[in-house]
Every structure is written in structure tokens, then in C-alpha cells.
Design a protein around this ligand. Structure first.
Ligand SMILES: C[S@@+](CC[C@H](N)C(=O)[O-])C[C@H]1O[C@@H](n2cnc3c(N)ncnc32)[C@H](O)[C@@H]1O
Length: 416
């Protein structure tokens, strides 16, 4: 494959001007969003005819930078397979820093992303893609065959928890499904110094983290907030929801990810008590994400699940805001407090604060606000390092920071 920017698509005979324009428009948008920087990755996005993996879909939707069509939903209504959005695919491929000729493993298939990986790795490169779902691997095979990428991509139906030992080692492993842990196979099938890009869920929030292998540990080299469908199979570990308001259509719940089971009955009572506010004096621009302050809050505070609420709950005034990711909520017995914000006199700037409920609501709101102030004073300009160590590593061999213990690993979030 020719990886120079603007190279001729493999399917150039069949590509229409409109399709090519759609790809160009998508690439322009991805560059604007900051998701695409590397010209070789941009060339891959200009080349792969992703709409062929999405039959029946409008071209403008198939090439929408943020469009992630769901292709399968399980009996509980959870989305379990999708074609990831171009923005997320570009972000992960950039994080992987792929060089021509590399050997790559993708966990979670679909075909499109494997084709991008094959483009970036070039003719001498090799891609193995693994999915647990035979319907997905069949779809991926059909797409890769139709587009000619089957020459460089091997599709396997298996539980990606175990990697794909038959083609190991890999220079890069790109996981395209949300993982709560890093199974040993991913570490051991990765070459020393190789990169593992994985949407890692830590205390309810998922970030796609680029890790570099350093012996038996992985050390982060950047991360980005994202959303992915949850892992199935041996590594399945889903968050649970503790409802604190269950009126139909306006449910409010706490997403638990290793957090202690809350006293939901007491929290329901607390929610009906008047709210109290605390304000931090810390401000954010309107287009500035809460993700960094939230990462500090979850690093600093112990019992901080995310509160999820239906828009109707906000419309009825039960909660101040809703967010698809959830709002960090400090819980203590029958009281809780969650992050909020209010407009300031400055145009398009918001002040962070907290809303408390229950007998200890004011104290908890104040505690959250103190940590927002600590973040602003000491951490706002820094990003933490995330390290992954094997389970069983003694405490005194771990860096100090927020520790998340999983079955296979001890994950630490270390702030400078
Ligand atoms: C977001 S989709 C992958 C998107 C894909 N990479 C693309 O090209 O757009 C996530 C996939 O992960 C798969 N999956 C879930 N658990 C898995 C596991 N344990 N091993 C392998 N695949 C898994 C699902 O079947 C689903 O197809």
C-alpha cells in the first residue's frame, strides 16, 4: 500500500466523486477537532470506503466525524457492538503511533478500523483483529474482502481477553472495547517498548489510554476521554446502578464501579430534602471540559461514584444537570453532594461548585469544593501518569497515588 497522503484508494475504480468528497470533508473535520494530526493517518481516512461497512446508511452519516452507529444491542438494552466514530478511531490510531511494517492486534472488530490500521502499517505491516461475536467477524471479513484489505488483515473469532498468541508478539495492540482491567495476555503479547491503546474504565470513567510496555508494567503516554461498548467474555465487568429515584422516565442512579453499595433508601430520602450549595471560585470557560477536574476529584476522594439521571429528572428540578458520562457524586451514609456550575459575570465562564443533600450535605459539598480548589491551585496545568502493575505487586513497590485494584492489575493514577 502506498501511504503517502493523497494516495489512490484501492477501490478507486468504483469510488464516486461524492464518496471521495465525503471522505475529504470527514478528514477536514477530524483535523479541526484535533483528532487527526499525522498525514499518514489522514491518508488512511481519505482512502478506506467506510460506507461499505454501513449499507443503507446515508453517506453523510457514514462519514460523520462523530457518528457511531450501533450494530448490536443485548437483552438488557446495553449496546454491545458498533462501528466506532471516525473521531474516536482517528484518536486511537494517532495514540498508537504506528510505523510502516508493524505488527498490530485489534481487539473488537468491525472491519473499518482494521482497514485503517492496515493502511497505516503499509504493505509490509500485518493486522490481526479479534472479536468474540461471530456475526461481527463475518461482517468484518465481508467488508475486508470487498475492499481488498483481507490481504493484510487476519480476522479471528475469539475472546480478546486472551489476545491472539498465534501471531504474537505485536508492536501495537489497539483495544476498541471498554475494558475494566488489563489481562496478562495483552501485556505479554506486546513487544517490549510497544504501545497498548485501551479504553480503560477507572472508577466509572473511561479514557482511551496509550500505554508503553516497560517490562512487567505499563506506563501511560497520554489519554483521552471516550465512550465504548463494554467488554464481554472472561473479562466482563460491568458497572451497576443504584437507583436513588425510580419514578418512570426520570430515574436517577449512582453508577458503581468498585464503590461500596450505598444506602439507597437513605439517599432517596436525602434527595427529597432541600439542596444546599457550596461555590469554589474556580472557573472554567464554556467550552472547557470538566474531565480534568473530575479526574482529580476521583483521584482525591474515596467514595465518588457518578450520578446518572434522565433529562426529565433535571426538567422537574430534581437534579441541576445531566451528563451522559455522569456527574461525580460524593457519598457518605445517607448524604451526598455532586459537582455543579453556575454562570459568572464574565461572558461564557462558569464557576464550579457543589450541591449537597441530606444531613451531611453541606459538609460533603464543601469537601468537593475544597478539592476543586486544590485542583485549580496545584494540578490544573498537569496531567497525571497512569501506571499498570501486576496484581500482587506489594504496596511499597507502587508509586503513590490513587490505587485501583482489579483482578489482574493494580492501576495507579500518579499526579505530579
Ligand atoms: C466498538 S465495537 C468495535 C468497533 C470496530 N473496531 C470498528 O472497526 O469500528 C466493540 C466490539 O468489541 C467486541 N467485543 C466485546 N467483548 C469482546 C471480547 N472479550 N473479545 C473480543 N471482542 C469483544 C464486540 O463484539 C464489538 O463488536
Amino acid at each position: 500500500m502506498d501511504n503517502t497522503p493523497g494516495s489512490t484508494p484501492r477501490n478507486s475504480e468504483t469510488t464516486t466523486a461524492t464518496e471521495q468528497q465525503m471522505r475529504e470533508a470527514m478528514v477536514t473535520r477530524l483535523i479541526e477537532l484535533g483528532a487527526l494530526r499525522d498525514p499518514r493517518v489522514a491518508a488512511a481516512f481519505r482512502t478506506v470506503p467506510r460506507h461499505l461497512a454501513l449499507p443503507g446508511m446515508e453517506l453523510s452519516t457514514a462519514y460523520g466525524a462523530e457518528s457511531a452507529p450501533i450494530t448490536k444491542t443485548d437483552a438488557t438494552g446495553t449496546h454491545i457492538s458498533s462501528v466506532s466514530a471516525p473521531r474516536v478511531q482517528a484518536m486511537q490510531i494517532e495514540q498508537a503511533d504506528i510505523k510502516p511494517g508493524m505488527s498490530l492486534l485489534e481487539i473488537g472488530s468491525g472491519g473499518v478500523n482494521a482497514a485503517y490500521l492496515a493502511e497505516v502499517a503499509g504493505d509490509q505491516g500485518r493486522v490481526v483483529t479479534v472479536d468474540i461475536d461471530p456475526d461481527v467477524t463475518q461482517r468484518a471479513r465481508d467488508f475486508l474482502k470487498a475492499t481488498g484489505y483481507d490481504r493484510n488483515v487476519t480476522v479471528l473469532t475469539a475472546d480478546g481477553e486472551h489476545g491472539a498468541i498465534e501471531h504474537a508478539p505485536y508492536d501495537r495492540i489497539v483495544v476498541t472495547v471498554q475494558a475494566a482491567d488489563i489481562p496478562p495476555a495483552w501485556l505479554h503479547q506486546l513487544a517490549e517498548g510497544g504501545r497498548l491503546v485501551v479504553p480503560l474504565r477507572m472508577r466509572g470513567m473511561t479514557r482511551t489510554v496509550a500505554f508503553v510496555r516497560d517490562g512487567e508494567r505499563l506506563v501511560s503516554d497520554g489519554f483521552e476521554l471516550c465512550g465504548f461498548v463494554p467488554m464481554q467474555g472472561a473479562g466482563e465487568n460491568r458497572i451497576s446502578l443504584a437507583l436513588i429515584h425510580d419514578a418512570e422516565g426520570e430515574e436517577i442512579g449512582l453508577r458503581l464501579d468498585g464503590h461500596p453499595e450505598p444506602d439507597s433508601a437513605a439517599l432517596r430520602t436525602a434527595l427529597r430534602m432541600p439542596r444546599v450549595h457550596a461555590w469554589s471560585g474556580v472557573t472554567l470557560a464554556g467550552d472547557e471540559s470538566n474531565e480534568h477536574v473530575d479526574l482529580w476529584l476521583m483521584s482525591a476522594l474515596d467514595n465518588l461514584p457518578l450520578m446518572a439521571a434522565k433529562p426529565a429528572a433535571r426538567d422537574r428540578g430534581l437534579v441541576a444537570s445531566v451528563s451522559p458520562i455522569g456527574v461525580p457524586t460524593l457519598v457518605d451514609g445517607g448524604s451526598f453532594a455532586y459537582r455543579t456550575a453556575r454562570p459568572t459575570d464574565a461572558v461564557d465562564r462558569y464557576e464550579l461548585g457543589a450541591i449537597g443533600h441530606g444531613p451531611q450535605g453541606q459538609k460533603l459539598a464543601q469537601r468537593l469544593v475544597e478539592e476543586m480548589q486544590t485542583w485549580d491551585r496545584e494540578h490544573r496545568d498537569h496531567r497525571p501518569r497512569i501506571e499498570v502493575h501486576p496484581a500482587g505487586t506489594p504496596d511499597n513497590q507502587l508509586p503513590s497515588g490513587r490505587l485501583i485494584d482489579r483482578r489482574h492489575t493494580r492501576i495507579t493514577i500518579v499526579w505530579p
